[in-house]
Design a protein around this ligand. Structure first.
Ligand SMILES: [Fe+2]
Length: 306
């Protein structure tokens, strides 16, 4: 037993030390080697009127997630996203049901192949991906990076891994703190966006179990460094919440079976049980968000202004 305990301790320490080494220069590695090849913004739309932008998306960034094994709804959502020709796509995690099964990744890759050809595609590590080699292979991750940050236009994106230690004292927590602090001090950063799989707040079924830990550890950091908006998945629904000056968006409707509201959160503003995706338009002094269901009907819109 003692030998087994020592072995497990060694593996845990090794993984953590390994992760901090890669996290120190995560941004550099993301740009240089994680997503190699040219970014192809196939078309940049211009908005004539912000409020009338139902079929246009300026410097378009799309966010969606939780696709797993419901392939037909996923295909439908991907087709709608592709039609908008986004520059960048973020997936909020749980791309497949079992990250260890290669055949599930083969189907996922087939569905998003066209999208990934024309748009850069950034994953958020979900609980269904597992720490599986397939995940790192599919996304060309160098050195098994699962948290990283990048800048697009005037937005700093911090992508957190809620499936490995993120709480105070962990290597990832220190990296998040340093990353947010640096971004908040940069003249190039106008908006700060965070993505992670498990929501800090949610009216869905995971809200009561997972969210209190995540929000207790991370919300003070987000509030301190001026994060504008936090995206997550995990609950299979769309929800907009607003708390202490930050929008919290749950976007887990990329195809996985949908959830009813479990218990309405006090900060909830809107909840939709539908497959959907979200577009982020980058305007001069504001970010404009629109959410569309699987019939491409707009179900929500809101803006973040500086
Ligand atoms: Fe999940």
């Amino acid at each position: 037993m003692k030998k087994l305990a020592c072995l497990l301790l060694f593996v845990f320490c090794f993984v953590n030390v390994f992760q901090v080494q890669i996290a120190v220069s995560a941004e550099k590695k993301v740009k240089k080697s994680v997503y190699p090849g040219p970014i192809v913004p196939s078309q940049i739309y211009k908005l004539s009127k912000e409020a009338a932008s139902t079929d246009k998306c300026s410097k378009c960034i799309v966010i969606y997630g939780d696709t797993r094994t419901n392939h037909e709804p996923h295909k439908k959502i991907v087709k709608l996203i592709s039609d908008r020709k986004p520059e960048t796509v973020f997936h909020t995690g749980d791309m497949v049901d079992n990250g260890a099964k290669k055949e599930e990744w083969d189907i996922f890759e087939k569905i998003v192949a066209g999208l990934r050809k024309n748009s850069e595609f950034f994953p958020v590590h979900g609980n269904h991906e597992w720490v599986a080699p397939n995940y790192f292979k599919v996304f060309n991750f160098a050195n098994w990076i699962t948290f990283y940050s990048l800048d697009r236009h005037n937005i700093h994106f911090t992508v957190i891994d809620s499936e490995v230690p993120f709480w105070q004292g962990s290597w990832q927590y220190k990296w998040i703190k340093r990353d947010l602090k640096q971004a908040s001090l940069s003249d190039k950063t106008k908006f700060m966006v965070v993505l992670l799989h498990r929501p800090l707040y949610s009216s869905g079924k995971h809200g009561a179990y997972d969210s209190p830990v995540v929000s207790r550890e991370l919300a003070p950091l987000f509030e301190k460094y001026g994060v504008d908006i936090v995206f997550s998945g995990h609950d299979h629904s769309y929800e907009r919440l607003y708390k202490n000056g930050i929008f919290y968006i749950v976007t887990g409707g990329g195809g996985a079976p949908l959830y009813d509201m479990a218990k309405e959160h006090e900060s909830s503003q809107i909840y939709h049980k539908s497959h959907h995706y979200l577009t982020l338009s980058v305007l001069k002094n504001r970010l404009f968000f629109e959410v569309f269901d699987d019939a491409d009907k707009r179900i929500d819109s809101f803006k973040v202004k500086k």
